[in-house]
Ligand binder design. Structure first.
Ligand SMILES: Cc1cc2nc3c(=O)[nH]c(=O)nc-3n(C[C@H](O)[C@H](O)[C@H](O)COP(=O)(O)O)c2cc1C
Length: 167
């Protein structure tokens, strides 16, 4: 038996929207940048590969993000793909403001100079190509300048508000 279709009153309901979309699993990445005042970073579940020729990737920062404007200013950013089990890292970079990098070992991305975190499975170093305003988020498109795989662990997955283990 399939679940009943939502009525029109549920269609515009933001909680219903959140609930339904929480069933779409995503990766969890930390987008980092290096500004004159130091590093900035934010946890992102909306990262995606866009184009092979040219190599483009993208994600959707909220208009309310305080970290994204700092990263945008640098014009370059690094996408850190978190590994399964890096729950504390995801929580650290989902916090608003504060020094998210305190006590964290990092190395600079070869193109962007933005932090590459320890224990991640892959990194993608980008030049900011363009940003398109879309509702209460924007689409950020990055031109890939360098990238690599660092660990053979499973990547972290976010699904229905949790980080399920893959194997
Ligand atoms: C699993 C996960 C996925 C997230 N995905 C996004 C996203 O795609 N876009 C976004 O703007 N914020 C996303 N967030 C929330 C941001 O990480 C958070 O709002 C942000 O870091 C707030 O801090 P800031 O003001 O320093 O940017 C996500 C958080 C988590 C835990």
């Amino acid at each position: 038996m399939s679940a009943p279709s939502p009525g029109p009153e549920q269609h515009g309901d933001p909680e219903h929207f959140r609930h339904v979309l929480s069933h779409v699993p995503t990766s969890v990445v930390v987008v980092t940048g290096i500004a004159p005042n130091g590093p900035a970073g934010m946890a992102v579940g909306s990262f995606t590969s866009i184009s092979l020729e040219p190599q483009l990737v993208g994600f959707y920062p909220a208009n309310t993000s305080t970290s994204w404007p700092v990263i945008r200013e640098a014009g370059r950013f690094c996408v850190n793909v978190l590994a399964q089990g890096q729950n504390a890292m995801a929580a650290r970079f989902a916090r608003r403001g504060g020094d998210k990098f305190a006590g964290l070992p990092t190395r600079p991305g070869p193109y962007s100079g933005a932090p590459i975190l320890d224990g991640i499975v892959a990194w993608i170093d980008c030049e900011l190509e363009r940003e398109i305003q879309l509702g209460d988020h924007s689409l950020v498109v990055g031109a890939v300048r360098d990238l690599g795989v660092t660990e053979s662990d499973h990547p972290m997955v976010f699904s229905r508000g949790a980080y399920p283990e893959l194997a």
